[in-house]
Design a protein around this ligand. Sequence first.
Ligand code: ADP
Ligand code: MG
Length: 577
Amino acid sequence: EAKKETLGFQTEVKHLLHLMIHSLYSNKEIFLRELVSNASDAADKLRFLALSNDGLYEGDSELKIRLAFDKDQGTITISDNGIGMTREEVQEHIGTIAKSGTKQFFDALTGDQAKDSELIGQFGVGFYSAFIVADKVTLTTRKAGAPTDQATRWESAGEGDYTLETVEKAGRGTEIVLHLKEAESEFLDGYRIRSIIRKFSDHISLPIVMDKEAAPSYDDEPEEGEENAEAKEPAAPEIVEETINSASALWTKSRQEISDNDYNEFYKHVGHDYQDPLTHVHSKVEGTNEYTLLLYVPARAPFDLWDRDAKHGVKLYIRKVFITDDAEQLMPRYLRFIKGIIDANSLPLNVSREILQQSKQISTIKAGAVKKVLGMLEALAKNEPEKYAQFWKDFGPVMKEGVIEDHGNKERVAKLLRFSSTLTDSTTQDVTLEDYVSRMKEGQDKIYYVTADSFAAAKNSPHLEIFRKKGIEVLLLSDRIDEWLVTNLSDFADKHLQSVAKGDLDLGVEESEEEKKAQEEVSHDFESVLKQIKEVLGDKVSDVRLSHRLTESPACLVADVYGMSLNMERIMKDAGQ
Ligand code: ADP
Ligand code: MG
């Protein structure tokens, strides 16, 4: 339908717009980065679809992004000849927030501007950042392959609603006109725009072009004796387009050529993040199966870290052509927070999803990439322990999945784990298994741990009394995943992991003759008491034993060596088993 319709923004969009305009104002120039990033994604998508249907190029295969400004109109225009959008797509993408984690995001908002602006960064700002500087945005777009009279115009003042109408558009792709607020006229300046692009978008591999501005002319006055009559009438300046970014895929450059800023800005583009990453690895792997990877660890966990349907963060390219950003086979699940790109040299360009899934080369690349990521994390832990501590706080529980999921790298993942322990009794997880082993008492041959459903319960477990008395360190495990972790990690460095709550305890530390004698006496005294307790409890328990492991509590429950632990029983119950 050609008629113009007015539609209301989803409530969340209204809320987000309001919040963004206020909290990101001090960083307002990021609107250009976000719009250029979208234009670049749109070109990537078109290039991929055109691999199997080059009619989509409509004779124009030189993909680029154009920037222009008009001082008189007070507008900045960003246009691309990428994939474009249908009317339905415009409505779906520019008017609603389909992102997973949206609810958690809004729940997490505090009303405190500083905190909220950090959250908004984690959530991703995207297209709507245009409204930080514009009081009206007009987006006109035609999907590649659609007839020229089937383009869509979306327009909004960024308040409650927007309009949609079907219009004509000769070229495919998307054009966005920002009608700048009066106070933002500083952006109507070629020098300013160029410097923003160099700062934020230099890594974009597509050319970003602008009209060259006429240099001030010094020969307006014809020189004496010159006979050129036409020179009096200024010739219409010839418009020359110039490319204002370096327009080459960042990852193909050598590390020395890339600045920290370039690495960070590239991350924000591929990771759809607003904050700098924590660390990265950039590496070219040679050989028959050649590939380049540039992978990052975000500074903060995304909102959808626990969402099973969340998109994976690693984009697959083949010889610089974007193939997919949904290649789950590139990273195992426990490394789902890793963002970046892998560019494979030796895969055929016409790969399909099915081929990807079965490709031996892809699994080789995945195995290599996982090793690089683990190496990056090991280096971070070794060289920048504070950053690693920050990483662990956000991603620790996910890394623990690695012990369960990644058998081939179990040992390496185990070394990256961090725990709380009775050494400090602090909730901060900073003890490595290697630390623990190096502190083991003479004669101690096991790594002891206690699991509970809260840190306080773990720390105050009566099972710990004898260990505390004897000065034996115990790991305090209270993350939800910990039960699964210890059932999958039975050994580390040839030391058995042993629950303090299971079966008999042989602390390996010799008891003195006196102690033994005293224990025997006590056992004898309590024989009849134990018998009575057993009778009362009946088959609620499998045994009642006298224990020497408690020093303060009168009694505790102990699981069979081969039985489920009590905490595990609780978890199974929760899960409806
Ligand atoms: P994100 O880029 O993180 O998906 P944005 O808010 O920046 O979020 O963009 C939302 C969506 O709108 C994009 O995912 C894309 O589908 C669509 N979109 C935005 N800009 C363009 C464009 N220039 N060409 C085609 N689609 C676009
Ligand atoms: Mg975007």
